[in-house]
Design a protein around this ligand. Structure first.
Ligand code: SF4
Length: 382
């Protein structure tokens, strides 16, 4: 494991971040500054396509304009205070300090081409500092809610990952391990870091629209996944957004008794009502729904529970990801072994429900949500 504490000088606590502005607000601000509208497009491209770290390096803009921008705005308000890289170098996890001192985590996972799919770099981003939903298997849930992240703080994580990804692509091209012109950057974004994205609905949707913008980061909607514990009103609202993103539901149990033991949100939105909402979502969007099912040893991993889950999901256009749990320091659960995970998968198959066993990446760097922050607080406190 590599452990690297770094500092960055591009954080201004005084000026508002330009990443908080929608494309329209950015244009309005540029016009107010006496510049022409096309400058706004150039600026947008510098921010989100070129991922410039400073206004100074935006060479398509005039010097006086860059100076005016610098006096008015900062760019990112995230400061990376810790970086961990897994021993196989496929996963890295950044801990960021926000302008007000809150800590959040972002993970990057690198996947080699497997013949069916090309190389991918997936950024797993946070939408809240802490989380109010209190799932018992989750380190973030055990830390409590701090606040919602702003649009700029959500998008800022992807921009930072994009800089890293582009630098890696270029190094591979220089080393002859990648074809010339094959700078991909971040290919996928998953909203699966700290917090519940749909509890920060407005900023999550605004951030998706920025990520998806073809003149900026240009992350295709089908390469963006939002994960929720199942906030029914927001799932139904999301169905009306006309976004072709992927929706993942953290289900983790096939019945109310078991689910309520680890996910307090289930008392508000019970299993059957949640699945009914999923049917409505799938009917409206024509999109397949992903179910995340963290396997907890002796809690939700029996063959009977697999069959119950199969019956529950029967008839729904869906796919189940089975995830043997990444144990947290204070958590009560152990990891389900691979043999038990495979028999659980067999139980689902009896009902025709497709599933994948997904071993979590980055085990040696505590890549499960909230675990780096927990550990950093330990480190900072000692
Ligand atoms: S699993 Fe997600 S929703 Fe549950 S406590 Fe953790 S961050 Fe919150």
């Amino acid at each position: 494991m590599n452990h690297n504490v770094s500092s960055s000088s591009n954080v201004s606590l005084m000026l508002p971040s330009i990443l908080e502005l929608s494309r329209q607000s950015l244009t309005d601000s540029i016009l107010e500054m006496g510049e022409k509208k096309f400058r706004s497009d150039q600026l947008w491209r510098s921010l989100y396509h070129d991922v410039s770290e400073t206004f100074e390096e935006m060479s398509t803009l005039s010097k006086p304009f860059r100076n005016s921008l610098r006096e008015k705005y900062s760019i990112s308000t995230l400061k990376e205070v810790m970086l961990l890289t897994s021993s196989d170098r496929t996963t890295s996890k950044s801990l960021y300090r926000l302008g007000d001192g809150e800590l959040i985590e972002t993970v990057m996972m690198r996947y080699e081409s497997d013949g069916h799919r090309r190389n991918r770099k997936t950024a797993c981003i946070s939408t809240q500092a802490g989380c109010a939903l209190g799932c018992t298997f989750c380190a973030t849930g055990q830390q409590g809610f701090r606040r919602n992240l702003t649009v700029g703080e959500i998008v800022g994580q992807v921009i930072d990952m994009q800089r890293v990804a582009i630098a890696e692509d270029r190094a591979q091209i220089d080393g002859g391990r990648r074809s010339k012109g094959e700078v991909q950057g971040v290919t996928n974004v998953v909203f699966m870091g700290m917090g519940e994205p749909l509890a920060n609905y407005k900023n999550t949707i605004s951030a998706i629209r920025v990520l998806n913008d073809g003149q900026g980061l240009n992350i295709g909607a089908r390469h963006i996944t939002v994960s929720t514990v199942g906030l029914i009103p927001e799932i139904l609202k999301l169905a009306d957004e006309d976004l072709q993103i992927n929706l993942a539901i953290s289900l983790h149990a096939p019945d109310n008794v078991t689910r309520s033991q680890t996910m307090p949100v289930n008392k508000r939105y019970p299993v059957q009502e949640l699945i009914n909402a999923c049917h409505k979502y799938a009917d409206k969007t024509k999109r397949r729904i992903f179910f995340e099912y963290v396997l907890l040893k002796d809690q939700n991993d029996s063959i009977e529970q697999a069959q119950k889950l199969g019956r529950l999901l029967n008839g729904l256009h869906c796919h189940v990801n089975l995830i043997p749990v990444n144990p947290t320091a204070g958590g009560p659960f152990e990891r389900t072994d691979l043999i038990s995970a495979k028999s659980f998968q067999g139980g689902l198959k009896q009902y025709g429900i497709p599933s994948t066993i997904r071993m979590e990446k980055g085990i040696d760097i505590n890549a499960g949500c909230g675990q780096l922050r927990e550990r950093a607080i330990d480190i900072f406190n000692n």
